[in-house]
Design a protein around this ligand. Structure first.
Ligand SMILES: NC(=O)c1ccc[n+]([C@@H]2O[C@H](COP(=O)([O-])OP(=O)(O)OC[C@H]3O[C@@H](n4cnc5c(N)ncnc54)[C@H](OP(=O)(O)O)[C@@H]3O)[C@@H](O)[C@H]2O)c1
Length: 329
């Protein structure tokens, strides 16, 4: 593909939101030894993508401008690097790109073999592209931080999932219910039936007094909170936690980190745990197989063509998506 041009969407400085995105033609990237070149069929947007554009993760991300954002993709392998063993041209896959390099809002992208997994026919490109950041984060929070065993073998745990209607929350509810759990979920009134359909045992509307107090209607104390939204103080969580309860904060600011260290130093049994996704190919493969087997679904909020990627971007910034926002080249 050397020398061939592709359509892509990129930004060249911090800030600007949807209007900072520019449609360009750039060379199709060339895969390195351990990479595959994919013709993309779908990409999904995560809040981290526009937070990066805002400069919230500077100077780490992005490393340089111009930058093609988005990491979560599904497509077809068209070329492989010389060291790639498990894929060949024509294979359908799901992959996660590095936050350093991005590249998902384009017709083609190069992905590391280690974060590329096969996509069976039963899993559409959009369903697959929804999984990487949101699905892996839900998986890591539940299995690693909250200690839920997804084969239903562990002790019963009471779990609260905040913002259960969002990209991470919808996967977290479904994955939690594969384990031995009682799930309470918060969402807005319009999404209560939807979150119930994902398997949540109890739902509270976050705009009611009971919902904003995170109270379980049946009086459950939570062993773990998968906290997918922001702006809820520790004093609201504390009375709702079991004696060893943990809040797993997916959007940790400096305050979370300080509180988390303080609770460790003071031997507090209730813990605040900041979570940063460490993506693993084997876990992505596990999630794709759950979708294949009908045990997990990607709920899609909306699909947008690459030519209107700024609409998808604006929708994510708005913060009211139900499920995943997909961009299709
Ligand atoms: N640490 C990590 O590695 C990591 C990884 C992935 C995501 N994250 C972070 O996790 C957060 C969630 O990500 P996401 O992709 O799930 O976001 P998202 O899809 O944009 O979440 C949108 C949903 O949140 C709901 N919501 C907003 N405020 C709420 C509240 N106070 N209570 C209950 N529901 C509320 C909205 O419902 P309404 O429309 O009804 O308001 C909407 O359905 C983001 O801050 C993201 O940056 C962190």
């Amino acid at each position: 593909m050397a020398g061939k041009l592709m359509r892509a969407v990129q930004y060249s400085s911090y800030g600007g939101g949807p209007t900072g995105l520019k449609h360009v033609e750039v060379p199709v990237p060339t895969p390195k030894k351990d990479e595959v070149l994919l013709k993309l069929e779908a990409a999904s947007i995560n809040p981290v993508d526009w937070k990066t554009q805002k400069g919230m993760l500077r100077p780490l991300f992005p490393r340089k401008f111009p930058f093609i954002p988005c990491t979560d993709i599904a497509g077809e392998v068209v070329e492989v690097g010389s060291g790639v063993k498990n894929f060949k041209a024509g294979d359908k896959v799901v992959a996660m790109l590095s936050h350093f390099s991005g590249g998902g809002l384009a017709e083609f992208a190069v992905a590391k073999e280690t974060l590329t997994v096969p996509r069976p026919l039963e899993v559409s490109a959009a369903e697959g592209a929804g999984l990487p950041v949101a699905g892996l984060t839900a998986h890591m929070a539940l299995t690693q931080s909250a200690g839920v065993k997804l084969d239903d073998s562990g002790p019963r745990k009471n779990i609260l999932i905040t913002a259960a209607s969002g990209g991470v929350g919808q996967y977290a509810v479904q994955l939690a219910k594969l384990g031995n759990t009682h799930v309470t979920a918060t969402c807005g009134a319009r999404n209560m039936d939807f979150v119930k359909s994902l398997g949540a045992d109890e739902i509270v509307d976050y705009k009611t007094p009971e919902g904003s107090a995170l109270k379980s209607p049946s009086g459950q104390k939570y062993d773990a909170v998968i906290h997918c939204t922001t702006g809820i103080p520790w004093s609201t969580f504390e009375p709702n936690l079991s004696s060893n309860g943990k809040v797993i904060d997916l959007t940790p600011g400096p305050g979370t980190v300080v509180s988390s260290v303080w609770k460790k130093l003071t031997f507090s049994k209730q813990q605040l745990v900041p979570l940063l996704l460490i993506p693993k190919g084997e876990n992505l493969d596990y999630l794709v197989k759950l979708v294949e087997g009908g045990k997990l679904k990607t709920v899609i909020d909306s699909k947008h063509p690459l030519s209107k990627a700024e609409d998808a971007w604006a929708k994510s910034i708005d913060g009211h998506a139900t499920g995943k926002i997909i961009v299709e080249p």
